[in-house]
Write a protein of this length. Structure first.
Length: 191
């Protein structure tokens, strides 16, 4: 089973590349936001807990998110693998994900980080903001705040997978197809 973490700051192209990887390798997309919304809509026990927390303006704790990922994993045991997009965001989440996968006889195959400089990220997100409708894609101060949070809280997750020799970085600047070709080369080397 091919289990990939597509990693990088906001605006690096994770969503764009995830779609292409899912199609080429016939993988299941695991976006925690999508899973969370699906569990809430289906009124599952975890979804109801999450809904109650969110209605109070609270963050959904890692154990509930991990439980939802576990449910999705068990629903798709015959899958070729998974692309984790937007998760894990902290070292604690990475450790919990590793344990969940190990409990299911699996592991992360590779974390691939898309490296993009701050100026390019700012340009891309502002451009995306023209059509996304997201206020946090339209104001430089909000974008910079998101980039700072990524650097301080999420970037350390890369060290977790470097220690397992499962980390690789590629340049996330170029055409979508050029970046995809490099991504596939990294994946094909381990598959």
């Amino acid at each position: 089973m091919l289990n990939l973490i597509l990693f990088g700051p906001p605006g690096a192209g994770k969503g764009t590349q995830s779609k292409k990887l899912i199609e080429k390798y016939e993988l299941i997309h695991l976006s925690t936001g999508d899973i969370l919304r699906g569990e809430v809509a289906a009124a599952t026990p975890l979804g109801l807990k999450a809904r109650d927390l969110m209605s109070k303006g609270q963050l959904v704790p890692d154990d509930i998110v991990i439980g939802m990922i576990d449910n999705k994993f068990k629903e798709n045991k015959e899958a070729n693998g998974f692309v984790f997009d937007g998760f894990p965001r902290t070292v604690a989440q990475a450790e919990a994900l590793d344990k969940l996968l190990a409990d299911n006889g699996q592991s992360i195959s590779q974390m691939i980080e898309l490296k993009v400089g701050d100026d390019e990220l700012m340009r891309r997100i502002l451009e995306r903001g023209k059509t996304s409708g997201r206020p946090d894609d339209q104001k430089e101060i909000l974008i910079q705040s998101r980039l700072d949070v990524y650097k301080n809280e999420t970037a350390p997750v890369a060290d977790h997978y470097k220690a397992q020799d499962k980390y690789v970085a590629i340049e996330g600047v170029g055409s979508i197809d050029e970046i995809f070709e490099i991504l596939c080369g990294k994946i094909d080397a381990i598959a």
